[in-house]
Design a protein around this ligand. Sequence first.
Ligand code: WQD
Length: 343
Amino acid sequence: MKVLLTGGAGYIGTHTAVELIAEGHEVVVLDSLANGFAEAVRRVERITGAAVPLLVGDCADPAVVDKAFADHAPDAVVHCAGLKAVGESVGQPLRYYRNNLDALLALCEVAHDHGVHRMVFSSSATVYGDPATVPITEDMPLSVTNPYGATKLFAERILRDLAVADTAWSITALRYFNPIGAHPSGLIGEAPQGVPNNLFPYIAQVASGHRAKLSVFGDDYDTVDGTGVRDYLHVTDLARGHVAALDHLADSTGFRAYNLGTGRGTSVFEAVRAFEHAAGTAVPCEITGRRPGDIATCYADPSAALRGLGWRAEKTVADACADAWRWQAANPHGFAGQRDGSE
Ligand code: WQD
């Protein structure tokens, strides 16, 4: 299939592009480069040997989306574009609602106008809020504690309602747990701008000497060692989940959501130790207060994705640490200085 991949110049998007192409799909990237890099798309071309057209534009602009469909005639949409910083969303709710929801609405309306009714949507485990129990299954209550999470919850509701109203649609939402790692080639990986919000890129920057120490946000949670426990999923496994979801869209109509996680929890201290082993260097830590909004434990029951998509995670946290370190060591400044657009 020919896939319009929004956000395809970003962390999840580039890895998804690699796996889509590996399965024989054609990929056209639409990205505003707000969080992505044209150089990253060029590296996807290097990894795959395939041409990947990059359309630089805002997928919240219907005219931009319409031109993408008119020029490239995709068969399906994989929608990864969106603002995703939880803390930032608390201070900028309108920006997050406008950006994330306008983009979804524009994509759905324009796709329909062009007769396209297949979509894989990038959702998040954030839609579960602070789960009463773990592991988390897809039928557990949804609740959100921040505007970013709300955009994902509202987006799923929009897509569910759309699929009920028009049975031509086949839509799969993928609820990401915590993506980590990098492509084994070391050519693409996570390139956060400024101070990383997330644990693994921050650890990587401490290991590389770019930052002095890791602040551990609390060691007084009711967990194995008092630190937060999460389900860290290799980004290549996550990307393969998009391919599996896309391949199953043709067999069904309607809306469905799947957890993409390993089904195993890892604490902050366990993550630090795993990265130290991969990098062969110490990661100094300092225990600080809890981060507002954090929960103690979150990990998936991924069995529905295995049943429904034939997908399961195959790589380990150790694999992800090794791949992330290879990426960090080879690209200490990410894709910096590569923000030119193209086409
Ligand atoms: C993981 C653990 C922190 C940084 C977020 C979003 C979620 C999703 C993934 C988009 C927690 C601890 C972290 C640090 C630390 N993004 N930590 N020091 O919060 O589980 O999920 O990213 O979909 O929506 O909420 O991931 O990597 O920020 O934190 O101690 O410098 O590491 O307290 O226990 P999180 P994270």
